[in-house]
Design a protein around this ligand. Structure first.
Ligand code: PFF
Length: 447
């Protein structure tokens, strides 16, 4: 078996690429709303608690497995000497392919919105008219698929350049740009008259809104946001050299991801409230409410364009991270990187087509729980595959190879209290928490 020997060019490159994976649509279109709905600052405190204990621990485990194996997610378990666990890698790669197929469709909408905003397509329209235009666009059979193809092609063109020459180089350029745009948007938003109401919705702590349901929402959001359980971190970890301190790196990545989620809340909610609109989660907020806000805001033409550029960048640094595990696997099977990348890109493009059509001419075809293809794919990964992947990673790291994990994280030094705390979380706390997410997602238990 040939294994890939590529490495990150620098620790900063690794941090930015991995933060790029974590920072995505999840941070920008989901977090602000979930936080606002679930008790504002009270939710943020719980989210921080979960992210910096369970989230960070699972991330560290996944990266440590990757570094010790130095190969792709499927071959990693064999190389570590536990071939019976190979199915975990297979499951994770399957999850990656499914997620990317619909993520790319939605990212295609973001590119379309850069073009539409630049061309003034929404100028003068009210929320109803923009909602109608959005529905007509995503429901049309050709244009969204073309944009999905463009996004998939950009993703392929970056990944084809390799780990340090493609992914790392792009992340080192795009991540700082993402921060600059986000800060410009925050500055615009919080200085609008009436912004305070949005700040209050996002930040005022309401501890009475906290329930078991809130904690579940925070756990699920933390998982998706940190890109856990989808073979990305394992693959990115395999390119990390032995000198890199994994614990410190994971802290920094988690910090950046959380910072962007909070900044996104500060960029979006004050502006939405300043114009008396209702915030909503997901596509409605991004593609209908915000264009309405931009229409009303001074400088809105410019801010609309940079907002959709921001979303596209966030989606792109996530999509390259999820194509890479697939490419790494095929390259290790002896396929050239170029053929592996183009081949996986085409597969993902084709799989995305039913997702795109499912919000238009195929909206009558239902799969899981009466949902169309896109919502079913999202449900399957969110509620089932990601938690199962995360659970298996915890069990593997915490129970099957704990001493190897300890060595990977603390080197030759005797494991300190932090490492022991980490193992405790991996063995006991995280599996129980993830099992609860799984059961509540499948509606077997209700919170
Ligand atoms: N962490 C990403 C986000 O918050 O959007 C999750 C993700 C989705 C990563 C899709 C990669 C990806 F292709």
């Amino acid at each position: 078996m040939k294994t890939s020997h590529e490495n990150w060019g620098s620790r900063l490159g690794f941090i930015l690429a991995t933060a790029g994976s974590a920072i995505g649509l999840g941070n920008i279109w989901k977090f602000p709303y979930i936080a606002g709905e679930n008790g504002g600052a009270a939710f943020i405190i719980i989210y921080l608690g979960i992210v910096f204990t369970i989230g960070l621990s699972v991330m560290l485990a996944e990266i440590a497995i990757g570094r010790s194996a130095q190969t792709d997610a499927i071959n990693a378990f064999r190389k570590i000497g536990k071939p019976g666990w190979t199915f975990v890698g297979v499951l994770a790669i399957m999850t990656a392919v499914i997620i990317l197929s619909f993520y790319s469709v939605v990212a295609g909408w973001c590119i379309a919105y850069i073009v539409k905003s630049a061309g003034g397509a929404f100028s003068g329209m009210d929320a109803d008219a923009i909602g109608g235009a959005f529905g007509a666009f995503i429901g049309s059979p050709v244009a969204p698929i073309v944009y999905h193809g463009i996004f998939a092609a950009i993703t392929v063109s970056i990944v084809i350049g390799g780990v340090s020459g493609g992914i790392e180089k792009t992340s080192k350029f795009l991540m700082p740009l993402l921060f600059v745009i986000l800060i410009a948007l925050v500055a615009r938003s919080v200085t609008l008259p009436g912004a305070a109401k949005g700040l209050e919705f996002f930040l005022a702590p309401d501890f009475s809104a906290i329930s078991a349901h809130t904690v579940m929402a925070a756990l699920g959001q933390a998982f998706f946001s940190l890109s856990l359980g989808m073979s990305i971190l394992l693959t990115y970890g395999s390119y990390v050299d032995r000198q890199t301190n994994l614990g410190k790196s994971v802290m920094q990545i988690t910090f950046l991801d959380t910072l962007v989620a909070i900044l996104a809340g500060l960029a979006i909610l004050p502006a939405v409230f300043a114009f008396g609109l209702d915030p909503a989660a997901g596509p409605g907020l991004t593609f209908v409410t915000l264009p309405t806000v931009f229409n009303a805001m001074p400088g809105g033409y410019f801010f609309a364009i940079i907002f959709f550029v921001l979303l596209t960048i966030a989606a792109l640094t996530s999509s390259i991270s999820i194509l890479e595990p697939v490419v790494a696997f095929f390259s290790n099977m002896g396929v050239s990187r170029k053929a592996a990348t183009v081949g996986s890109g085409v597969l993902i493009f084709l799989l995305g087509i039913p997702s795109s059509l499912s919000v238009g001419i195929w909206s009558d075809i239902h799969f899981i729980k009466g949902q169309g293809f896109l919502d079913s794919a999202s449900w399957l990964t969110d509620k089932l595959l990601l938690p199962i992947g995360g659970l298996l990673i915890c069990i593997f790291a915490g129970w099957i190879v704990p001493s190897m994990m300890t060595r990977e994280v603390s080197g030759d030094a005797t494991p300190g209290v932090l490492t022991r705390g980490w193992l405790f979380i991996l063995r006991f706390v995280a599996p129980v928490a993830i099992l609860l997410i799984l059961l509540s997602g499948l509606e077997i238990v209700a919170f």
